[in-house]
Design a binder for this molecule. Structure first.
Ligand code: MN
Length: 286
């Protein structure tokens, strides 16, 4: 057996809503993201009850530059369109991996039919930093249907679904710019599991539902556990039926400059991003 990592911190997410239709929690944000490097932000919207509406709610058009936004839908449905011409609908289990890189303008809403019907919505949005050399690369878009995401049963009966990177020999379909793992773990009350992670990866676990122990420490819904980089083994014990979002990756050891929807390396690059956005150089949403 490997060495159990020690827990560096357990943080409780704070109430957060975005636009007029996404209500929930923020686990960490770009200004305070250094301990979570290479990740910049994690929002958990839901579970929330969406009231029927002819006009889909959500977030109106806004820009991003310098990183990737990853949206994982657990319940309900979302719709997206952006200035690079991408359009997408996401249903339960689907993932949208948007590389804003040099700049994109997008809109994120409840899916039209879902909005008309109303219902339960539960999703996360994760921001993944890009290495400096990739921040100004062309925008990309990966629409990852749930059917493309491998799911495996772990020795203790837990269900693991790997979106990016490799965990428990399951390869995730997302293309990434730096070595990371994004995965969903579902455990029934009483189940225990052990996972091995690369020794040089930051590792964190956000509890979406229920509660688990992570290397002996209790982590409940709306909390994120952050480990030190002092081992390769994570042990889990579900104290209730639980769903956990696993995030791991090699920290990107470069300076950060953050301003709202722009995450670059220097203040000059932030001013340039702001200027490019103001002057329409991040495209137009038609
Ligand atoms: Mn956005």
């Amino acid at each position: 057996m490997g060495t159990l990592r020690t827990i560096a911190d357990i943080r409780t997410a704070t109430p957060n809503s975005v636009g007029d239709g996404f209500i929930g929690l923020n686990a960490f944000h770009p200004q305070g993201s250094r301990p979570f490097n290479p990740f910049l932000m994690l929002d958990h919207h839901g579970p929330m009850q969406v009231q029927p509406s002819e006009y889909p709610k959500g977030v109106d058009e806004h820009p991003h530059r310098g990183f990737e936004t990853v949206t994982i839908v657990y319940e309900g449905a979302l719709e997206h369109r952006d200035s690079a011409g991408n359009r997408g609908k996401l249903f339960a289990g689907d993932v949208q991996w948007m590389t804003a890189a040099s700049g994109i303008i997008h809109e994120e809403k409840h899916e039209q039919e879902f909005s008309r019907r109303g219902g339960q919505l539960d999703f996360v949005q994760l921001w993944v930093n890009l290495p400096a050399k990739d921040k100004m690369s062309p925008p990309q878009y990966q629409d990852i249907a749930s059917s493309r995401i491998p799911t495996g049963t772990l020795p203790g009966g837990g269900q693991l679904r790997v979106i990016a990177g490799e965990l428990a020999s399951l390869p995730g379909p997302a293309r990434t710019f730096s070595p990371i793992v994004v995965a969903d773990l579902a455990l029934s009350s009483g189940q225990t599991e052990t996972l091995t992670v690369p020794i040089n990866y930051a590792f964190m676990a956000y509890v979406l539902r229920g509660s688990v122990t992570v290397n002996g420490k209790l982590v409940s819904r709306g909390q994120i556990a952050l480990t030190n980089l002092d081992g390769d083994t994570i042990s889990w014990g579900a104290t209730a039926d639980a769903k956990v979002l696993i995030l791991a990756g090699e920290p990107i050891q470069e300076p950060l400059a953050v301003y709202g929807p722009f995450v670059m390396n220097t203040r000059e690059e932030i001013l340039e991003a702001y200027n490019d956005f103001q002057n329409g150089r991040m495209g137009v949403l038609n």
